[in-house]
Design a protein around this ligand. Structure first.
Ligand code: FMN
Length: 201
């Protein structure tokens, strides 16, 4: 009898700690923000677009999680709309480790537990304006979730760059082709949904 009671108690303890763990990992209760940078104009493989590839994914994440949205915009937006010219400007800025000025910031940033950071892959890195944003906010205690649109390079080392600038906990990122985000929206939605589910959102 004693053995049975002890086995039942052990079982209950295991179940309780399992539930506590599941609860702890449940991200749906957390207050989330989606911050992103994205370009319209001529873009690789998709031609002239009126909504950027990363913007498309950012909005899907916000819709699926109920997160707020913040778009990083340049104070002085002199970037060319032609793709090739933009790649040249971007490379110069990367080499100069530039910090282009951005418009405003997230005033109630402290209210958020989770911050999704969305970026196009530019030269295996983020546009420098993302560094301006990251360096002007306090990441203490935040969980960061990267997502990247690209045309072949995937996430590159963007998650580890985010980690080293913010010092925050960084969850598994999503890499999605820009042309899929732009032209195959139903597929993109499924990819976003599967990724969010894996992360328990
Ligand atoms: C300046 C620049 C550099 C890029 N460098 C890369 C790259 O190194 N690897 C890659 O896979 N795609 C690269 N791309 C393609 C973009 O990552 C891709 O088109 C992305 O979806 C654009 O996102 P957006 O529409 O949100 O700006 C580059 C695009 C630009 C404009």
């Amino acid at each position: 009898m004693k053995k049975i009671i002890s086995a039942v108690l052990t079982g209950l303890t295991i179940l309780t700690s399992f539930n506590a763990k599941a609860e702890e990992n449940n991200m749906t209760e957390k207050k989330a923000l989606v911050v992103y940078f994205s370009r319209t104009g001529e873009q690789y493989s998709v031609g002239n677009i009126t909504e950027g590839n990363t913007a498309v994914i950012a909005k899907m994440i916000a819709e699926q999680t109920g997160a707020d949205l913040f778009e990083i915009k340049l104070k002085n937006d002199t970037y060319p709309t032609a793709y090739k010219a933009l790649t040249e400007v971007a490379l110069k800025e990367k080499k100069a480790n530039a910090r282009p000025e951005i418009i405003g910031g997230v005033e109630n940033f402290a209210d958020y537990d989770v911050v999704f950071i969305g970026s196009p892959n530019w030269w295996a890195d983020m546009p420098m304006a993302l560094y301006t944003f990251m360096e002007s906010h306090d990441w203490n205690g935040k969980t960061v979730v990267p997502f990247v649109t690209h045309e072949g390079s995937g996430l590159s080392s963007i998650p580890s760059k985010i980690k080293s600038v913010t010092g925050a906990e960084v969850l598994d990122g999503l890499a999605i082709y820009g042309h899929i985000a732009q032209n195959e929206r139903e597929q993109a939605k499924v990819d976003v949904k599967n990724w969010l589910e894996k992360l328990k959102f």
